[in-house]
Ligand binder design. Structure first.
Ligand code: SF4
Ligand code: SF4
Length: 502
């Protein structure tokens, strides 16, 4: 029996609502920059060179790692550079990217897919199309969809996540309103691949238009729609499973272990495009919001700069703070000269304000009441602050999903989640250091053991050799005596012959 909710979480209304959610098609960019390092997996290797002309949808980089997806040109034009550039990552580091200057023609490569008659394609063929089309989780995780599907062997339930991951983000709402047919057909493809008995599309109650659009196009009795209360963080995978199916995924466990597969609604539409329209993932819908502009959802080619996309809005001329991702789990960024990538779902543009300084913890316990995972952020904070990782582990730091609900409600303005991500990084480092120490100790112990074993083997070998020599000498002696006997006997025979002949 599903509970339709979970303890904790916070109700936050969209801070910048719009009268009507729309999708604007961004004009073709003059230039795109495509990072070779995707969110997960190893860095792809370029398979084109500077000066080459590429077509939209052409594979321009790939890896041999079966877990990864290839990278496609998102416009047609000339490759102008393969060099290090700023990428949208919280590290702020630069990474190798391919730059393409548009020829304005948007000439597409000829692609191959299953077509609308996908029921005649077998499971693996469709999964391969999904991989070759570069589909990853578009909700923010960036996990390759084919890898998830390959793992879904005994899947009984599909959960299609149509709950916006964060307040203010509207791209999934817009997608469900304007592409309901593709979403429903995409879910049917997933039902065909996985053989699941049912698919549940989860939508928050404040997205009535999206709900009605999908309802109108759904004629499949294996697909149902469920409306959930609008509460952050309803979209977190484990919470969604608990809410819809009352199934607990234990710490360190996976949904697939329980026969459940979750996919974001935008990824499902991308799967439809890949399998039926034979279209690789070269664009996505991004929400541009904040108090410095009128919010819009824009469908934009991957690799377009944040700046170009922000310039499509009525952004004011004041100084701004920028944030990529949502207001809760997003990351503040210094520059807008970085490219939109597959997981860029939202950009916040706010008028610059002075951040309120953090004060002392007043032990009010508010943070402990909102943690959706049931952790104790207040206690975790004290241990993280004193870098006591052992205690943090006792308080299940690794289960923290860094949703920032605790930071959001803290009256002392303490950025609790930053302490937790710092403590996790420290834990990782200490574990890595400990692993290095363990490996060094294991190596030393193995060396000692190897030397002892060699010594033992050598003395055993010497003893065996000595014994063999001893035995050989005894044998030789014995054989020598026998030989002496034989000679004596021969001599006696010769002597006797001589005497007989005399
Ligand atoms: S909400 Fe803030 S002030 Fe209150 S207990 Fe938690 S950390 Fe301390
Ligand atoms: S950031 Fe971590 S500790 Fe804080 S509410 Fe979210 S899951 Fe709980």
């Amino acid at each position: 029996m599903s509970s339709q909710t979970y303890p904790g979480g916070v109700v936050i209304a969209n801070p910048y609502p719009v009268d009507q959610v729309k999708i604007i098609q961004a004009p073709l960019p003059n230039k795109v920059v495509l990072p070779l390092q995707q969110r997960i997996g190893e860095e792809a290797k370029s398979c084109i060179k500077v000066g080459d002309r590429v077509l939209t949808g052409q594979v321009i980089a790939q890896t041999e790692d079966q877990f990864c997806v290839p990278i496609h040109a998102s416009i047609s034009g000339i490759v102008t550079a393969i060099d290090k550039q700023a990428i949208p990552h919280k590290s702020g580091l630069k990474s190798t990217c391919i730059s393409i200057e548009s020829d304005g023609q948007d000439e597409w490569i000829k692609t191959q897919g299953c077509g609308s008659d996908f029921l005649h394609c077998d499971r693996q063929t469709i999964i391969d199309y999904i991989q070759h089309s570069g589909i990853v989780g578009l909700g923010g995780a960036g996990f390759p969809s084919h890898a998830k599907l390959n793992k879904a062997i005994d899947c009984h339930t599909l959960i299609i996540n149509g709950t916006e991951c964060e307040p203010g983000v509207m791209c999934d709402d817009a997608l469900m309103q304007y592409h309901p047919r593709e979403v429903i057909r995409g879910v049917e493809i997933l039902l065909h691949i996985t053989g699941a008995q049912q698919a549940i599309i989860a939508i928050e109650k404040d997205k009535q238009e999206a709900y009605q659009s999908l309802l109108m196009f759904n004629h499949n009795d294996r697909i149902s729609l469920t409306q959930l209360p609008t509460k952050y963080t309803s979209g977190a995978e484990k919470l969604l499973i608990k809410t819809l199916l009352d199934v607990e995924i234990p710490s360190g466990g996976f949904a697939a272990d329980k026969g459940i597969l979750c996919q974001n609604v935008s990824s499902v539409k991308a799967i439809f495009d890949a399998v039926i329209d034979q279209r690789p993932l070269v664009s996505r819908i991004v929400t541009i919001t904040g108090d410095a502009l009128t919010p819009i959802n824009v469908e934009v080619r991957l690799g377009t700069s944040f700046e170009q996309v922000i310039n499509l809005t009525d952004v004011n001329n004041q100084a701004h703070d920028y944030r990529m991702g949502g207001m809760m789990m997003g990351v503040d960024i210094e520059t807008t000269q970085m490219p939109i990538c597959k997981i860029t779902n939202c950009i916040f543009v706010n008028n610059k304000t002075l951040k309120q300084p953090a004060k002392e913890c007043i032990r009010c316990n508010t943070c402990n009441t909102v943690c959706p995972i049931g952790l104790l952020p207040q206690q975790l904070y004290w241990h993280a602050k004193s870098e006591n990782i052992e205690k943090c582990t006792d308080y299940h730091l690794s289960d923290c999903i860094e949703c920032a609900c605790c930071s959001y409600v803290c009256p002392s303005n303490i950025d609790l989640v930053s302490y937790f991500s710092f403590a996790k990084a420290l834990d990782k480092k200490q574990t890595a250091d400990q692993e290095r120490i363990d490996i060094a100790r294991d190596r030393f112990e193995f060396r000692e053991y190897r030397l002892d074993r060699n010594k033992e083997e050598r003395s055993k070998m010497m003893a065996e050799k000595k014994q063999a020599l001893k035995e050989k000498m005894a044998k030789d002696k014995e054989q020598g005596l026998e030989q002496t006997d034989k000679i004596a006997q021969a001599m006696a025979r010769v002597k006797k012959t001589k005497e007989d002949n005399a």
